[in-house]
Design a protein around this ligand. Structure first.
Ligand code: NAD
Length: 485
């Protein structure tokens, strides 16, 4: 099968495509059909060496350019991404299986937003002047050096830019390793950046599994690691980075609560729960997968939810009418099926879905369980698939304790028409990204990231600059030095 914008080799290093067929083959599988649509190769030690050498060299020159010059290149890349949104969205759909209806509005567009936002910010990055009588201190905001980005498979274009854009705006170089499940999109990002004028070697892409990620993280030439992935991987990467005292950003998993009070606008609450559980077939880290519904509205909520799920258009992801696509891989489909079986075994009530679809590819029905209790596996563990757990509650006090009783802390949401309660509830949430009468909005202007086991650091917004730069302070004495002897 051929598809538009097919990359010509596995890696993109020092401004060009590079191949080394000695690396372990990585098959690219189109999730909607299960067909192999490409074969790439994992990075060999020689490829890793080439990428890090190029990044190190390029970073020194890139950091010497003014913020204005760097920003102009990033903004040009944003424009190119928007111009090519259609072909990039088609590629994203081949990589992930997500419907074109989603990819055409949420992936290259979000990546372009990051390039534009941080491109605009590059010229504004400054240090500080601190007057101390006649003497003074100034601070220089300096890049960290070479940053490694490691991606998950759910948003390959977006993740490549959410990490790359702030890193490059601050004058760093990046070596990005996409998930082995979705290796295609980041290559296009690298290609477009070079076309926009990015000096060779500033943004490089190498393919591979966890071993390639681990080799990058432990290399002494790497100054910072930004991972999007599971908590399990996060712990390993954080520990490896700590051994080299490297900066980290960890965007990890979640099991986020979504609270629906009796006074909520029913259709908005149902819409929020649908977006927060079934967008991208549920493969979104911030999803509100524990939907706590107050008892007075429970039946109405479940009825309306079932009605609206009937309207999901499940089919060819390339058809713009399709609103629900496949799981990313056979493995992920099997993991989610295991959780569905566990939900049934633990006594949750299956309201909708629960089965595989009888077609090629990795298809699962949107699934809703009701009468879920806090101790059930489906209420405790991240499923990362289209499985919503609906739990009942009586009081605000009770639900807040239960909502926070998790090791995760990525996101949390509340639907209510009582604004005083809404703000009190979000103040009490142990989560990094919260929503009032909405769910899963992620504008580049707002900080994004988790607390507790869901991660450290923030992506997007001016907060990201703190994670891709460091301050050097310079004391300037204007008076004589008074030494004691
Ligand atoms: P994963 O943890 O299996 O893999 C993530 C990446 O880490 C992959 O590129 C993988 O090759 C790499 N990796 C694995 N072991 C490594 C090691 N020892 N050293 C270095 N790199 C290593 O995650 P996944 O299955 O690709 O993605 C799903 C997970 O990602 C979910 O838990 C989800 O919640 C999380 N996620 C979080 C966010 C967020 O922003 N917080 C966004 C998307 C996904």
């Amino acid at each position: 099968m051929t598809y538009p914008t097919q990359p010509t080799a596995s890696h993109f290093i020092d401004g060009e495509y590079v191949e080394d067929t000695a690396g372990t083959p990585i098959d690219v599988i189109y999730p909607a059909t299960g067909e192999v649509i490409g074969r790439l190769h994992s990075a060999t030690p020689a490829i890793i060496e080439k990428a890090l050498t190029a990044a190190r060299r390029a970073q020194a020159e890139w950091a010497k350019m003014s913020g204005m010059e760097r920003g102009r290149i990033l903004r040009r890349a944003a424009d190119l991404m928007r111009e090519r949104n259609h072909e990039l969205s088609v590629l994203e759909t081949y990589d992930t299986g997500k419907p074109y209806q989603e990819t055409s509005v949420a992936d290259a567009t979000s990546a372009a937003d990051a390039l534009e936002y941080f491109g605009g910010m590059a010229a504004t990055l400054t240090g500080q002047h601190i007057q101390l009588g006649e003497n003074w201190v100034y601070t220089r905001r300096e890049p960290l050096g070479v940053c490694v980005g490691i991606g998950a498979w759910n948003y390959p274009t977006q993740i490549a830019c959410w990490k790359g854009a702030p890193a490059m705006a601050c004058g760093n170089a990046m070596v990005f390793k996409p998930s082995e499940t979705t290796p295609l999109c980041a290559l296009k990002v690298a290609e477009i950046l070079v076309e926009a004028g990015l000096p060779k070697g500033v943004y490089n892409v190498v393919q591979g599994l966890g071993d390639v990620g681990a080799a990058l993280v432990t290399d002494p030439r790497v100054d910072k690691v930004s991972l999007t992935g599971s908590v399990l991987t996060g712990k390993k990467v954080y520990a490896a980075a700590a051994a080299g005292m490297k900066h980290v950003t960890m965007e990890l998993g979640g099991k986020s609560p979504l609270l629906v009070f009796d006074d909520a606008h029913l259709d908005n609450a149902v819409g929020g729960a649908i977006l927060g559980n079934f967008y991208s077939s549920g493969q979104v880290c911030s999803n509100g997968t524990r939907v706590f519904v107050q008892k007075g509205i429970k039946d109405a909520f479940l009825n309306r939810l079932s009605e609206r799920l009937e309207r999901a258009v499940i089919g060819d992801p390339m058809d713009p009418a399709t609103s629900f696509g496949p799981m990313v891989s056979q493995r992920q489909m099997e993991i989610v099926e295991g959780y569905i079986a566990k939900g049934i075994e633990d006594g949750a009530r299956l309201v909708c879905g629960g089965s595989r679809l009888n077609r090629d590819g990795f298809w699962l029905q949107p699934t809703v369980f009701a009468d879920v209790t806090d101790d059930m596996t489906i209420a405790r563990e991240e499923i990362f698939g289209p499985v919503m757990a609906v739990l009942d509650f009586d009081s605000e006090e009770e639900v807040m304790l239960r909502a926070n009783a998790t090791e995760f802390g990525l996101s949390a949401g509340v639907f209510t028409s009582d604004m005083t309660r809404a703000h009190r509830v979000v103040a009490g949430f142990e989560a990094g990204s919260c929503f009032i009468n909405s769910y899963n909005d992620a504008p580049v202007e707002a900080p994004f990231g988790g607390v507790k086991m869901s991660g450290v650091g923030r992506e997007n917004s001016s907060a990201a600059i703190e994670h891709y730069s460091q301050l050097k302070s310079v004391f300037v004495r204007m008076t004589d030095v008074e030494a004691p002897y």
